[in-house]
Design a binder for this molecule. Structure first.
Ligand code: SF4
Ligand code: SF4
Length: 145
């Protein structure tokens, strides 16, 4: 979603084929930020063994915010998950480790520049995620990565 020209070639498959690509997660912070701009339902709260997270709703297999022209309707305030994909993370024992999702057809083209930049951005924002959101993401989203 953020790999520039590579994503344009791909045609936003991760937004378009959300059902096959897995889950789009929102922390409490993401949810509240989006809610400031959007009325109506767009995500559901789901619980894992040790935490919880919101998952973006999908319609006809696509993210509800994907527009006909391929643009994201909430681009300037989309969730962290969308900003860093195809990077995912796992939280365990108080540590966060990042990895590239093999579901992205261009995962082998992820540059170290992109990965390092995305990781930096994520680490800053993840400091504000609750322990329950970190655990919910790690138990629900990243295992399907
Ligand atoms: S699947 Fe990969 S290449 Fe395609 S839009 Fe998503 S991140 Fe970009
Ligand atoms: S919120 Fe935007 S970037 Fe994220 S999956 Fe939906 S359309 Fe794609």
């Amino acid at each position: 979603m953020e790999m520039g020209s590579t994503c344009r070639i791909c045609g936003q498959q991760c937004c378009r084929k959300t059902k096959e690509f897995g889950k789009i997660a929102l922390s409490e912070k993401d949810y509240v930020r989006i809610q400031l701009h959007i009325q109506g339902s767009f995500a559901k709260k789901v619980y894992s063994k040790n935490g919880w997270i919101y998952l973006m709703e999908i319609f006809e297999g696509k993210c509800v915010f994907l527009q006909e022209d391929g643009n994201c309707a909430i681009n300037s305030f989309k969730p962290l998950d969308c900003k860093i994909y195809p990077l995912l993370f796992q939280y365990s024992g108080g540590e966060i480790t990042f990895f590239v999702s093999s579901r992205c057809p261009f995962h082998h083209e992820v540059t170290s520049e992109f990965a390092e930049g995305a990781e930096r951005e994520a680490r800053d924002e993840l400091e504000e995620w609750s322990e329950q959101n970190l655990k919910g993401y790690s138990e629900i989203v990243s295992p399907n990565g």
